[in-house]
Every structure is written in structure tokens, then in C-alpha cells.
Design a protein around this ligand. Sequence first.
Ligand SMILES: C[S@@+](CC[C@H](N)C(=O)[O-])C[C@H]1O[C@@H](n2cnc3c(N)ncnc32)[C@H](O)[C@@H]1O
Length: 242
Amino acid sequence: MASIQDANRAFFDKMVAEYDLKPWQKKLELNITNFLVEKRQWLGLDLGEDSQGPIRLLDYACGTGTITRALAPYVGQIRGIDISPKSVEKYNSLISTNLPAETKAVEGDLIAPNAVPAATPEFTGFDIVAVGFAFHHFSDYKLGIQRLQERLKPGGILLIIDFLGEVDESTMEAFAKRHNQSTTELRATMHKTGFEKGEISALMKDVGMVDTSEFELEGNLEIEFQDITMNRKAMFVKGTRQ
Ligand SMILES: C[S@@+](CC[C@H](N)C(=O)[O-])C[C@H]1O[C@@H](n2cnc3c(N)ncnc32)[C@H](O)[C@@H]1O
């Protein structure tokens, strides 16, 4: 059987052509961006006079760059990593121009037995590592947090944005249909579709992270399929590397 990683690579390589294009996706990006901008102090992005040079952000599982676009005005350098080569290609073609931060993405998987890219200076010591709506696609959640934590500088922040609560089987079917994929292909990309309050913070604490906190996005994210609109809640979970 293919691994979750293989399933994700295949699924998102196929899906990337239409990712970001729908009005509901634009609205979702705007919602997330507004939240991140409003909470940038909570994220440590207003370092002011204490700042020791440009803030470095790792947008992990970056897809086509939602989190990058939201945070680019507040940071100096961004590196994206994604398991799907076609997503990386699209990220680099969309992002390379007109962004204030120096930005590029590479193909990789930090949850694989041999993490890629290796921990060179370019891919370590980040001030912030952010994961947008991809944590539920990880094969091993605790290992994922551990591996991402290792890419932070001491005092750096891990931010995970994901869905609160799970969806039922019929919604999974509608979602797969909407993307012209089989439910089996979709289900193979994840163990679960969302998390409970406190679940991700607990994993962060398990691997030694401190100062964890969570915010719930006000209102619902409306995700539209051909015939139904699914309302989902999103949460933002933060922890600090000691
Ligand atoms: C729902 S998309 C989210 C993309 C983007 N972060 C956003 O907020 O729009 C999930 C992304 O996770 C990537 N992904 C899944 N598993 C991964 C892994 N183990 N390592 C890196 N990227 C992964 C997929 O290729 C896909 O681009």
C-alpha cells in the first residue's frame, strides 16, 4: 500500500492546477490573512527594536503559498517546503515576483526517515515555522512537531493552522468528487480531517515546547462543493522552542 506521503504527493500534484482559483478559496485566504495580521504580535512578528535582523519564516507544506502571501510583509526571508513537486513549481512561479520578502520553495519532506531538505543553515534556525491546513496530512503528528521544532532557533515559534473537529463520511465523498478524485485517494492522504481543542498543544508539550496557546477563528470557513457548502472551524495553535 502507498504511504501517506506518496498519496499526498499524487493527490496534490493532481489538484494544484485548480488550487486557489475558486472564490471560496480566495475568501478563506483572506480570512486567514486577516487573522494572522491582526495577531502578528502574538506570533512575535512585531519585534521592533529587539529585532536581530530580518525575521526568517519556514512555510512548511506551503502548497501554492497562502501563508507566505499573508506573512511576507512582516518577514525578511521565507523558505517554503512541500512534498508535491507541482505545488513547489506553482509556488515559485506565483511568488517569485512582487513580494517584499526574499522567497523560494523546494520539494521536501521533514517527516520522512531521512528528512529532506537537510538541516543546512538555509533550512534551520527559523524564527517562525508555519503549517497551514497540512498538519492533518502528516503521517505521524508527534514526529512532525518534533522535526519542525528542530528547524526553529531557540525561542522560535511553531504555528499550526488546521481544522477544528472532523467531518463525516458523506462530506469526505463530496469533497473527493469536487476534486475529481476518489474517496479512497482522498482518505489515503490523511489519518483524520481535523483536531480537537488542546490536542495539538498537548503534542507540542510532549516534545518539550513551551508557552503553547490556541485561538479559534471566529465564524466558519465556507468550503463549497458542486452542491453543498461545508462550514468548518479553524484553529491556530502556537508553541515556542525552548
Ligand atoms: C491543503 S494543502 C495546504 C497548502 C497551504 N499550506 C495552504 O495553506 O494553502 C496541504 C499541503 O500539504 C502538502 N503535504 C502533505 N504532506 C506533506 C509532507 N509530509 N511534507 C510536506 N508537505 C506535505 C501537500 O502537498 C499540500 O500542498
